[in-house]
Design a protein around this ligand. Sequence first.
Ligand SMILES: C[S@@+](CC[C@H](N)C(=O)[O-])C[C@H]1O[C@@H](n2cnc3c(N)ncnc32)[C@H](O)[C@@H]1O
Length: 435
Amino acid sequence: MAKALNAQAAAAYAVAQIIKNGRSLSQTLPEAIGRLQHPKDQALTQELCYGSLRWWPRLTLIISQLLQKPLKPKDQDIHALLIIGLYQLEYMRIPAHAAVSETVTATNALGKQWAKGLVNGILRTFQREQESLAAEVAKDEEASCAHPRWLLERLKTAWPEQWRTIMEANNNRPPMSLRVNQCATNRDSYLQSLANTELAAHPAPYATEGITLEQAVAVERLPGFEQGMVSVQDTAAQLAPGLMALQPGHRILDACAAPGGKTCHLLESCPDIDLYALDQDPERLTRVEENLARLSLNATLITADAGEPGQWWDGKPFDRILLDAPCSATGVIRRHPDIKLLRQTDDIDKLVQQQQKLLHALWLLLRPGGILVYATCSILPQENTQQVMNFLEQQQDASEIQIDEDWGHYQTAGRQILPGEDEMDGFYYACLVKA
Ligand SMILES: C[S@@+](CC[C@H](N)C(=O)[O-])C[C@H]1O[C@@H](n2cnc3c(N)ncnc32)[C@H](O)[C@@H]1O
């Protein structure tokens, strides 16, 4: 493939990598951006990727109506390019002729000149038949909701009253939220700095250091970002320290720490703790290192499997453990629309097993009277309430500390925030104490 890509070819490359190789957009987008002919096309490439993934099930149905025969598996990049073409025509304010011409041109850079006529034809037919195609979409729930069927079924079962609102929130763009570094400044002063820079923002209702911007901006535009005054973090993810009753001198384990959002927040909340930040992914752990350095914070980093403490634990119990577990990420689809393509229904059982193993293994490392906070960015009860209920049944020395807060929804165990509520991501928290 040619090195110098236009935005459409770069986006098709990034998205095709997700379909073909199961990689995530956060991995493939930087690669695609690195291949752009004009760096100014970065924002457009990002928008094309996010938007086309957000509406993927809907646009895929439309493509299937327009194609006379399905594309070959090796032409996933052309499938991605067609989706990107439709996304521009249906959802963006790019003039239609420019969108079509740039999308057709992208076939060259992808080394698929043969697809020029096909792409041109499909996009032009779409323009002519947009109304009748919308009627086809309306008949198909997967397409009209822009969610895979398995996920819709799970949402309907888990949240019969709320599933439509959840689905709509998942299809919306998320706000950009910030966490003010309370060691460096306070929320009111930082809101003033934002106002001075003409960035409109408001305080978050529940996260005491949280701010939501009216419009997303590049981090370089945030006052004092490089100096560690502020970090980008969803406000639901900022609720962990408030549940951990941290005290100076506490020995703390952040068991699934990367990229370190919560690690840094714990340290900002109580700088005199002895924090161990562990993750099994060494590459992701370097992100923790970078975040700690930018915020001038210190933690001991460990690359290891949290579920196998025999391989890394020094035998000294922890006062507090945060288990921000690997999960389906069904609460953050609005931020990571590639989840619609990457996640399959069979993954859920495997994740539940993994979470269960981590909970039981880490429990042994907690001192009597110590607290373990279990968190996920999932909205599926199997990973959350049911997981914690099963754990409480099996561990006789574990009990729940009820979370007495107004955010989210009370659950038989823990509290659940649904996506979009109070501008937050979907998140689950439960607090467990050892007898
Ligand atoms: C939800 S993310 C954590 C986000 C992080 N707490 C934050 O606030 O920035 C889950 C993390 O768990 C890590 N992970 C998954 N399985 C693990 C295991 N068995 N041991 C250690 N880390 C694991 C993943 O590499 C991933 O970085």
